[in-house]
Ligand binder design. Sequence first.
Ligand SMILES: [Fe+2]
Ligand SMILES: [Fe+2]
Length: 187
Amino acid sequence: MFRVITRGAHTAASRQALIEKIIRVDHAGELGADRIYAGQLAVLQGSSVGSVIKKMWDEEKEHLDTMERLAAKHNVPHTVFSPVFSVAAYALGVGSALLGKEGAMACTIAVEELIGQHYNDQLKELLADDPETHKELLKILTRLRDEELHHHDTGVEHDGMKAPAYSALKWIIQTGCKGAIAIAEKI
Ligand SMILES: [Fe+2]
Ligand SMILES: [Fe+2]
């Protein structure tokens, strides 16, 4: 009696599909983050949180570079919505910063909390598939997850939760981001 033995839950084709889905959406997310902080800094440069935003932006640039490299390595095309996400994210950065530094930090809390959870979900998916095959990706996504959660904490430390209509603002931003994630995972 012959049995086909596959490690983990995925065949080679579905494993590649999993990797593509993850890298495409993460690339879109890091592009969005890069644009959000660019927009925030355009408004809040020279303010008391200018250097804080600049530091997070620098880290997002490195995250985006990392995703560019992974996309090239695994042959993953960017989402076709990249240009739309870029503009929307920059507008979100500018718009949130126009509410003041608390508004910018509320945006950071909302986005980074969601992205942190999203990276965690992806780590679980990869671990469930095959930790050995995905060793490099697991290491990278774990580091990025930790840095996003640090950004989240920075937003809390700098009074993001004191933004006007914080809960509503957070809900709106996270709902928008969830929509973008759902799109970028597919196309
Ligand atoms: Fe990031
Ligand atoms: Fe971040």
